[in-house]
Design a protein around this ligand. Structure first.
Ligand code: ADP
Length: 531
């Protein structure tokens, strides 16, 4: 017997409709490059979003499924593109502004970009890849002169009248957005989010952290990272006031914004929160953060001491999330209502340092050497996940099937224990990458380039813990007989090929890199020695 329910499409247009119909007067506030605040409402945002969607089709000739790249900070225009492209039937493809131009060129080209929408303030970073991609149209956001050969964003919107808009009932399985993720080896890989995955995930996030229409949400996590953890979509569903920090991500600017806009929920990587904690420790009475309900940390493990310091010294609550670009991205969450009932504060901090139990519609299991691990908090295995907001393949990458098991679960590359109550605890990572300030650095790419230096025989790059950045790369090198080079020379050798923040500060010279039985670098031994 079939259920007799409507075949209602879970899509981004439905999210926008809800926001406009129910929360038209809610604010969307963004900090502009000159540090002033721009204020608008959901009603105005809805109008402009439709103008953009109309312009992409009518003025620029885009057709269903075309990719619209963004290269921008978090602000209201980026939000308009986030929603406007999928509402119009197109796909938002967020480009990470911190990547090297070679990677940006590859990612935009591989993703099939037709249009680029970029911040004028980021133009020095746009120029090095813009012409290499062959965008048909480049649109510039913000005040100031419009760069040659580009269309001004406001002028583009002004060509259309929102009254001409007719909502399109887009198939929920169609692509709405895409985002590339770094691979251990090989090229970055494109994750393609469907409307349905985003809608379900946005709803799950909303309920997981109990977002409501009296909340004020400031995502520090960039919109070019995995849907800004879905906060822009969840915020519209819940009708919260949005606050976007633009390019002003230093701790005092963020704290000023938390105070003046009465922010109740924020989210970012540990590096951001480490800076905030230091600023609060230095001037504990400077900011009134009494409105703040929870600050979500994810993307890398927050130290337990940081979670405790926020609680004990500043009365601020941390929610800890684990996730991946492939998962929309949230997978588990720790420190939400109910989880710590009856625990003493110290026990609660212990628990919140774990990654937490899976959110609804994320299923987990751990694969050990001899089958699936017991949920006993001791047995180690690779975490595998499945659910409606988890990628089933990468965009146009037929040789990446090994990311999934034969029965269709996604292999996360995170080595975990699972506790009896479903709490996941990340113990290690099988991915050979460094996560610095929430951004990936490929150790393999650094090694391969280093081994091209005439004095270097072998090079291995490992992640070492770092208080500010969570991890930094450390390069271990073996020189050819009779040859050597100092750290300065090796850094200079790497510099043309990588973004500056990829370059290791530390180079250690050893006689031989320890190897496994099959001759691979035994990085665990190096990590033990140099961490
Ligand atoms: P995101 O944009 O959420 O950082 P990525 O796909 O870039 O997503 O990175 C996902 C990986 O980051 C995970 O597989 C894991 O290795 C690491 N990670 C994310 N969150 C946490 C966390 N809370 N604790 C430990 N590691 C984490």
């Amino acid at each position: 017997m079939d259920g007799l329910m409507m075949d209602y499409q879970l899509n981004v247009p439905a999210i926008l409709r809800r926001g406009e119909q129910l929360f038209g007067d809610r604010e969307i506030v963004s900090r502009l490059p000159d540090r002033s605040w721009h204020r608008t409402t959901y009603a105005d945002f809805g109008r402009r979003t439709k103008q953009l969607a109309l312009a992409l089709r009518n003025e620029l000739g885009l057709v269903d499924g075309d990719r619209v790249c963004t290269f921008a900070w978090n602000h209201h225009e980026h939000l308009e593109t986030y929603i406007g492209a999928p509402v119009g039937g197109f796909v938002t493809h967020t480009l990470n502004i911190r990547l090297h131009p070679d990677d940006l060129t590859y990612i935009a080209t591989h993703g099939g970009a037709r249009v680029l929408i970029a911040d004028k303030v980021l133009w020095p970073l746009v120029e090095p890849f813009r012409d290499r991609v062959g965008f048909e149209h480049v649109i510039a956001i913000g005040a100031g002169p419009t760069p040659d050969g580009t269309i001004d964003y406001e002028e583009l919107l002004a060509t259309q009248n929102a009254a001409d808009w007719r909502d399109r009932d887009i198939d929920e399985r169609a692509a709405a957005a895409m985002c590339y993720t770094s691979g251990t080896t090989g090229r970055p890989k494109g994750v393609v989010y469907s409307h349905r995955a985003i809608a379900i995930h946005a709803l799950t996030l909303t309920s997981s952290i109990a977002m409501a229409c009296d909340d004020v949400c400031l995502p520090v996590v960039p919109m070019f990272h995995a849907n800004a953890w879905c906060f822009p979509f969840s915020s519209i569903l819940a009708g919260v006031k949005h606050v976007y920090p633009g390019q002003h991500l230093d701790a005092p600017s963020l704290l000023d914004a938390f105070e003046s806009e009465k922010v109740t929920i924020s989210a970012g990587v540990p590096t951001i929160w480490m800076g905030i904690l230091q600023a609060l420790d230095a001037e504990p009475d400077r900011w009134d953060l009494s409105a703040m309900r929870t600050m979500m940390i994810g993307g890398a493990a927050p130290p337990r001491a940081m979670i405790e310091a926020f609680g004990e010294r500043h009365g601020l609550h941390i929610t800890h999330g684990w996730g991946m670009t492939e998962m929309c991205p949230l997978g588990t969450v720790s420190g939400v209502r109910g989880q710590e009932a009856g625990l003493a504060p110290q026990e609660a901090y212990d628990r919140r340092a774990l990654q937490g139990p899976p959110i609804p519609f994320v299923e987990i299991r751990g694969r050990g050497e001899d089958g699936f691990i017991d949920w006993n908090g001791v047995a180690l295995g690779e975490l595998e996940v499945r659910g409606p907001s988890i990628a089933s393949a990468y965009h146009d990458s037929p040789d990446t099937d090994d990311g999934w098991t034969d029965d269709g679960w996604f292999r996360t590359g995170d080595i975990v224990t699972i506790h009896s109550d479903g709490y996941v605890q990340i113990q290690d990572r099988s991915k050979d990458l460094v996560k610095s300030g929430g951004e990936w650095i490929s150790t393999v790419a650094l090694e391969n380039t280093l081994m091209g230096h005439p004095a270097v025989l072998e090079a291995a790059v490992i992640a070492v813990p770092d208080e500010k950045w969570t991890e930094r790369p450390l390069a271990v090198v073996v020189f050819r007989e009779g040859r050597s080079a100092d750290a300065e020379e090796l850094r200079a050798f790497l510099a043309p090929h990588f973004a500056k923040w990829w370059l290791p500060e530390r180079f250690e010279v050893i006689d031989e890199i320890p190897k496994t039985a099959v001759g691979k670098f035994r990085k665990t031994a190096l990590r033990e020695r140099f961490s």
